[in-house]
Design a protein around this ligand. Structure first.
Ligand SMILES: O=C(O)CCC(=O)C(=O)O
Ligand SMILES: [Fe+2]
Length: 360
């Protein structure tokens, strides 16, 4: 393959922005009125010129899963299985989580990012397994190139944590986490059945009663050179299922049959993607989806991903019930979820390189 010529761009010298490496805040950088080009350490060298297409993304009507007739439930379980197998991604409608709670939660996240650097510092530079941490990019301590994104990550289950500021964050987050968790766990029952396992199989095997739920708020400020920067690069999520909402601004793209597909979310829907641990548990039948977040030049985008995983101590390996020594041998080795999480979050975010470490 011919080597790509380097992209030549006018960028700002990184030296004057180095302080951001410590605390991290692309928000402040973006708000500095003189910024007309991005510092060189935000230039993402790989191809942002890939063709992006629009396709019809599977839609799951949640109400049919919980209160449909047996026939409707059967059909929606099949649709769930097909969405997991063909896409690793679907939109969930009629889930019963009130629209105003979703909006209040997004506003609370905005208010967190609006706190001063001083107020946020308490949660900066934390270990990846610290229950509350904020920062910029993905893992600024090991990255050469930064992503155009600030984040807040909070473990909200099995123990509930919350930053004390901004006022009201804790109450809203507690309500929102509970409601989303219920939706995720119900979807996992349907997904269990779609694999030919009994309804509570994933519950039991992954010890969901103590399952980890992480609130991940992402802030992508307007970027003066959006075609050169990346919000989040192609990656898959750890855990089983991630339920994402966004303010009115799009930016999520998923990979489907080798192409990047733009996600245009339906109003009031959850954007759901399957994670690495569902891929492991299903022995590769339901592959975790590669996705990325792009940035824009005009408006701040906020997304809120709720990641749902096993309990920390669960060793996740392919479900024995799905294996066959001849036709379907185990394709992944077992690893404790806590160790996987530490590995994934403690390294550079790069496609599915973490999952590759447990492939047999
Ligand atoms: O902002 C988005 O749309 C994607 C966020 C995401 O992939 C993540 O937080 O893992
Ligand atoms: Fe993600």
């Amino acid at each position: 393959m011919a080597a790509k010529s380097p992209i030549l761009v006018k960028t700002t010298s990184s030296a004057s922005y180095l302080p951001f490496r410590n605390m991290g805040c692309v928000k402040e950088l973006a708000e500095s009125s003189t910024l007309s080009s991005i510092p060189s350490h935000y230039v993402f060298s790989t191809n942002l010129e890939d063709q992006v297409v629009t396709e019809e993304i599977p839609i799951i009507d949640f109400s049919l899963l919980t209160s449909g007739t047996p026939d409707q439930r059967f059909k929606i379980v099949q649709a769930l299985g097909k969405a997991c197998q063909d896409w690793g991604f679907f939109m969930v409608i009629n889930h019963g989580v009130p629209e105003n709670l979703r909006e209040e939660m997004l506003e609370a996240c905005q208010r967190f990012f609006d706190l001063t650097e001083e107020e946020k510092r308490e949660y900066a530079d934390k270990h990846v397994l610290d229950p509350i941490r904020c920062g910029t990019s993905f893992n600024a301590s090991v990255e050469k190139v930064f992503f155009w994104r600030d984040f807040l990550k909070v473990f909200v289950h099995p123990e509930f944590h919350s930053p004390v500021k901004p006022p009201g964050f804790s109450e809203i987050s507690s309500k929102y986490s509970k409601r989303t968790r219920e939706v995720a766990w119900e979807l996992l029952k349907g997904i269990s059945e779609s694999l030919g396992l009994e309804e509570h199989y994933i519950d039991n095997a992954m010890k969901l009663e103590k399952g980890l739920q992480v609130l991940v708020a992402n802030l992508y400020p307007p970027c003066p050179q959006p075609q050169l920067a990346m919000g989040l690069p192609p990656h898959s999520d750890h855990g089983l299922l991630t339920l994402l909402i966004e303010n009115t601004i799009g930016g999520l793209q998923i990979q489907h049959r080798g192409k990047w597909v733009q996600v245009n979310s339906l109003p009031n829907s959850f954007l759901v993607n399957t994670g690495d641990h569902l891929e492991i548990l299903s022995n590769g039948k339901y592959k975790s989806v590669l996705h990325r977040a792009i940035v824009n030049g005009k408006t701040t985008r906020i997304s809120l991903a709720m990641a749902h995983g096993p309990s920390f101590d669960t060793v996740v390996s392919p479900a024995p019930e799905l294996l066959n020594s001849e036709s379907n041998p185990p394709a992944y080795s077992g690893m404790k979820y806590r160790d996987y999480l530490e590995l994934q979050q403690g390294n550079v975010l790069d496609r599915k390189t973490c999952l590759d470490r447990v492939r047999v």
